[in-house]
Write a protein that binds this ligand. Structure first.
Ligand SMILES: Cc1cc2nc3c(=O)[nH]c(=O)nc-3n(C[C@H](O)[C@H](O)[C@H](O)COP(=O)(O)OP(=O)(O)OC[C@H]3O[C@@H](n4cnc5c(N)ncnc54)[C@H](O)[C@@H]3O)c2cc1C
Length: 406
């Protein structure tokens, strides 16, 4: 006979969203019996490996509307929640509980210790202190609403609860169960990846960075920021941002597309050509020996060679030659033929359709007394600590809402 267990609140998933919900709820309502079910042997595994082992907890963006701009999916829905639990609240929360944080130059926020295990330890210690029950190696196979509560099935046990929180991240198995229960699930596709190139000639510049604008012909996809040349193609913020905002479009093209790069960031082809023509009037030097537009010498030499201008002096350059150089500098084209995982952070776009969640309390509009938090929803962000912020905000608001309701 399976064991029968009752909890006031049952949370499926022992990741960032599940733990943050549990700990905040227990702090607000120590009287409640709370249980986390985790299918893995260990909890918070993604937090542990996050940010290259440093855990990029959140980001130094202090205005809710500004923060929403970092979420390709969820930007509209998260505005209200961010007004209630923001990045500053996250900082305060961890610092008040013994995890001092630091803000890096680019705005990313990490534990002062540079160790993700401090975040894991904080959440696990608080959950123990607050008597939250944790069952690991416990995979939920099914759940159903019976009379006025939930019955949750694992291989060996049946759990009952009044309030169910689903925080299972990008679990295909859970999305299938949620679809069976009546939820719409946006198809899962990878987000936050780097681009592989067919022609790897530029890869000899691996390690080179430039402030660029990248775009995809025939679409509105455009992304600005640093681009990093790698041994297999392109990475860096401009590329990662494009992979997130274009997650569905790029999947639709099977990660085969022509990437347009303006190596001069926002300088137009016309402005570039004018500058090159003025150099023709003033410079007696070889084009390839005279880096312009703040490009590194290696990159400049490569792009000059790519445009066929090697060995040409500025003074001898024809209009046609300068136009060709301007075209390479401002509208270079590279054939992308695949993607690679960005090891510091990656997420899956897709999940429970956002119109089926009430963002005042993160309650499902389809299932009674059921809350959804973290990556299980169709919310994802660009790299920089924003994905965890989605978990912290959702977890906190669910805790507030359940604490008030029970
Ligand atoms: C390598 C890597 C690095 C990252 N670095 C960062 C970073 O620095 N900053 C940032 O903001 N984001 C980062 N992210 C993204 C971030 O980790 C996720 O957005 C976040 O962990 C999602 O949290 P979650 O609680 O929703 O899901 P998860 O962390 O995936 O937790 C869900 C849990 O539910 C469990 N589960 C699933 N199905 C069941 C089931 N049926 N029964 C029981 N348990 C189940 C899973 O085992 C898992 O433990 C990174 C991601 C990766 C992969």
């Amino acid at each position: 006979m399976p064991e029968n267990l009752f909890y006031d609140v049952l949370i499926i998933g022992g990741g960032a969203a599940g733990f943050f919900t549990a700990v905040n709820l227990a702090e607000k309502r120590p009287d409640l019996k709370i249980c986390i079910l985790e299918r893995g042997k260990k909890v918070l595994q993604k937090v542990l490996i996050s940010g290259g082992g440093r855990c990029n907890v959140t980001h130094a963006v202090w205005e809710p509307r500004e923060l929403t701009a970092f979420y390709p999916r969820g930007h509209r829905e998260l505005l209200g929640p961010f007004h209630r639990f923001m990045t500053g609240d996250t900082m305060q929360w961890f610092e008040d509980r013994g995890v001092p944080l630091k803000i890096e130059e680019d705005g990313r926020i990490f534990p002062l210790s540079d160790s993700s295990s401090d975040v894991v330890e904080c959440l696990v210690t608080l959950s123990r202190k607050r008597n939250i029950t944790l069952h690991t190696s416990t995979s939920v196979n099914d759940f159903s609403y019976i009379q006025d509560g939930w019955e949750i099935q694992t291989k060996t046990k049946t759990y009952n609860t009044k309030q169910l929180v689903i925080a299972t991240g990008s679990s295909l198995q859970m999305w299938k169960m949620l679809a069976k229960a009546g939820h719409q699930i946006a198809p899962a596709v990878p987000s936050l990846f780097t681009f592989n190139l067919a022609n790897k000639e530029i890869c000899k510049l691996a390690g080179t960075t430039a402030e660029v604008t990248v775009s995809l012909n025939g679409t509105k996809l455009i992304s600005l920021g640093p681009l990093l040349v790698t041994h297999w193609g392109f990475s860096g913020p401009a590329v990662l941002k494009m992979s997130a905002w274009g997650a569905h479009i790029l999947r639709g093209r099977n990660y085969n597309f022509t990437l347009k790069i303006n190596w001069l960031n926002h300088i137009s082809s016309e402005q570039c050509l004018n500058k090159l023509k003025s150099l023709r009037d003033s410079s007696k030097k070889q084009i390839s020996n005279t880096p312009q537009f703040n490009l590194s010498r290696r990159l400049w030499e490569f792009l000059v060679e790519r445009s066929g201008c090697t060995g040409v002096g500025f003074a001898d350059a024809s209009n046609a030659i300068l136009s060709k150089l301007a075209a390479v500098l401002t509208a270079d084209q590279h054939q992308v033929t695949g993607k690679s995982t960005f090891k510091d952070e990656f997420v899956t776009a897709g999940g429970v359709a956002l119109e089926e969640i009430d963002f005042r309390n993160y309650k499902s509009k389809v299932l009674p007394s059921c809350y959804l938090a973290g990556e299980v929803m169709d919310v994802d962000a660009v790299t920089g600590g924003f994905n965890f912020q989605n978990c912290w905000t959702g977890g906190y608001i669910i805790a507030e809402s359940i604490a008030a309701e029970i």
